[in-house]
Design a protein. Sequence first.
Lengths: 284, 424, 278
Amino acid sequence: MTRWSNIRVAALFLLPAVVSVVLLRLWPAAIAVHQSLLAPRASSYSLENYLYIFTDPSFLNSVWVTLLFSFIINPLQIAAALGLAILFNNKLPMTGFWRTAVLLPVAIPQSVSAVIWAVAYRPDGLLNSLLQLVGIGPQRFVTSPEQALGSIMLVVSWIGVGYWMTMLIAGLQDIPKSLYESATIDGANGWHKFWYVTLPQLRRPLTFVLVADTVANFLVFAPVNILTGGGPQGSTDLIMNQIYTNAFVNGDQGSAAAATVVLVALVLVIVLIQFRLMGDGSER
Amino acid sequence: MHIIKSGTLVGLTAMFLSSTAGLAMAEPVTINFLTAEADGSFDAAIAAFEAENPDIKVNFETVPFDSMVPTIESRVGGKDSSLDLFLVDTPRVPAMANSGYLRDISDRLGAVEAVASEAAQSVLKYNGTLYALPLWTSTQLMYYNKDLFDAAGIAYPSSDAAARMTYDETVALARQVMAGSDAKYGFVPEQIDRYYQLQPIFEGNGGGTGLTGEGNLTPDVANDKWIAAGKFYSSLFEDGLAPRGIAVDQMQSVFTSGETVFYVTGPWRLKAFDEATNLNFGLAPIPYWTDSKAQTPTDSWAVGISPYAAHPEAALKFAEFITLNPAGVGLVLESIPNVPVNQQAYGPYIDWLAGENPAVGDDLKKIMTYELADTPVPRPRSIGYVAFETVLNRAFSDIRNGSDVASTLQQAQQQLGSQLRRIQ
Amino acid sequence: MDRITPRQALRMVVIAATALCFLMPLYWLTISALRPEADIFRFLNPFGPWTLIPNQLTADNIVGLWSGSFSRAIVNSIVVALVTVIAGLMVCASAAFALAVIEFPGRGVVFTTMIVSFLIPFDAIAVPLYSIMRGFNLQNSYAGLVLPGIGNGLAVFLLRQFFQGIPKELREAAMVDGMGWFRIFWSIYLPLSRPALVSAALIMFIFQWQAYLWPLLIAPSNDMKVAAVALAQFSSAYNVSFGLIFAGAAFLSLIPMLIFVFFQQYFTSSVAATGSKE
């Protein structure tokens, strides 16, 4: 069968997904690009919105904060998710229930999660009283420019790590037991098995989790909005917070659209690099 | 009890009217009314209105408070005809009018002038055109914890306008009480990093609203008076008189728990404070600066009509019923006891509110009545107000968390400069 | 079940301790929902017996929760999430199958389109999407709520990754036996991908369960509201009812918990058992 004769059957399989993605994602995105090229009160295209955001120190700061956030949180979350997946991948009694417990935070509206953590982070809140129990003095958490971004990362990880763990467990379940058995016969220890069996076998699910987690972390918004509003001193001002503030608080759709385009371009570049590094994209 | 009774009565009337009128009437039009209020809070008013106007049905829609702006941005901005009227936060009127989000209702100006004070009218207009009908206004009160004063053996502050304390006196008194009791905080403004509540501290210090020039589009938030006010505000947190790191919507817990000497918020907290166990509170007017005139925050929601409304006439009729008609205003107040702008409704309202809170009723009536009449200062009228408020609230928040006052305000000044230039 | 070795027992303890750390905030949420409103923030500091154990229990918040329109909103959320998952699995799995298995010109372009579609922040395009959907008259309808969740690029991507891991030899043998593409998809790929399908279902479920801005815009009427929006409504301009919010959030996590626990059994391996994976 030739590649060309496959195109009709492929089209049938793809049609519903492609139609819905084009109609409900790409078309509105195209409208947003159109808006990003219209300066306030202008009727012809220009790059004024882009010039404006790229000369706005608070937007430039948000690009920097977003990149910093992303470079720190992604490796940490993926390592944590992988560690948890290996720990929780077994048939011991109760494991199924505990797995659900770790996954559960993702099901609560993020606005509520943020409120719970706001209580924990209060100066007179739960975390400080727990720290006091073990003899550590009160921390400032979200009110300190040094600790705020880390505090946001903790909240986002509490929400998301169980989710990525679940995806990786699905991948671990797919690794044939025979591979471990033959490795054992060859005298491999636990670390060898992880390095030479688990990791290579997990490449595709890991690529997925790496890309999906990266994207998700670029789009973090509710916890920032509720816990810090981007402060203190802009230290947690992610691009999504800028987009939301411009679009829905200040009513400046043009600059919000321009910032969205910049954000998508940024994520796209990083995701493409990740695909390269993971050696994906081609048929095996 | 009172609410239930009148509700049943209105319901019966509505049934009667609609069953007789239905014979002659064509299909009733349905208008969609968007608010950020709880389910059912306009039911009594809607039932009464529908009884009087059997050809109009009012569909009450509500969104969470924080989502009101996104909803209006997308629905009115998207020229959605299924939204007829909505509640408008009055400082947003200029920007919304400028974006074409509000219908010109200048022909109702006479009716508005008849019920609202001049200050209250001014916030409904932009460039001399009337864009909204007046629903509620607001003011602020300084609540104090009587038990903490007793523990310290210090006399309660006075509720007289003439005996209003300055900020410095208030803080000094708070420190005294803290020293003599187990109070944790001395002086806490509830909306701790929002312009609405901080305006009296900053503008009240004589440095202007923060916006000047034509159309109020030039920022002026880094002058000496603003910096001085900022230093005072900063010291509240530096010296532990007010807490860092507690969100505005959780703030009231520091007063209900009995650990705060002075707490500034609106009359809408009376009920929660009344219900709190182990809390005895009194009321005083909010402080002022020695060399300046006293001022209080004011304004609240008004009612606007969408320019794309499918049924603008019916929508306007309903808007008039809940804002200009004292009966309609009264029905809304039964479930949402905010301060009505309507001067005919204010008298019965304040007597009712004082009766509901007998422990502080007399002081409440006295303070609210003179604050609303003598000291309210609206927020600046500008199409850039929203951007102004967003930038400033962040600056306030940074100062609260310990940033240097002068440089934070200068940064805000610069950022506002470029944002407001874009709007001009 | 064999006897548990000390090593396994230790592992169970570590697992339980880890999971309890994740559960702590949810535990606090739940006990707060059972407390009188005024007690919620009362015992935070210093740490004492009442910090984590309610000294007074009340059902007020739970009763208050169900007296309003919240129950209707929960039903809406469940309907929207379930319809999205079922329709979405069919749409996304077939697209992923074509992208992973069938060789055709333009495959790279279609795959890139799918990837780009989930890079776009959905909230940032909600306003233009709203005007498109309004053009189709889909306000206040289940269709308006469900449709944006069905074509999920992330789910397509996940399933493609898993489908690619199924050995080529299986489908080549099937082709020799005269199976068509559809039969290969239905009788070989889907049954072999149960864990991946459950994960994809989870992605779509969470998308709808967490959705806030979109349902707020497209379905504002009282009958069509979803739970996340109804929950946010407990904070109005003048009052925030933490008791009701926490009670509602506890229910919003209880329902997925029941679903997740039920689906745990489908989460076990299928390919690995056959040992047929390369």
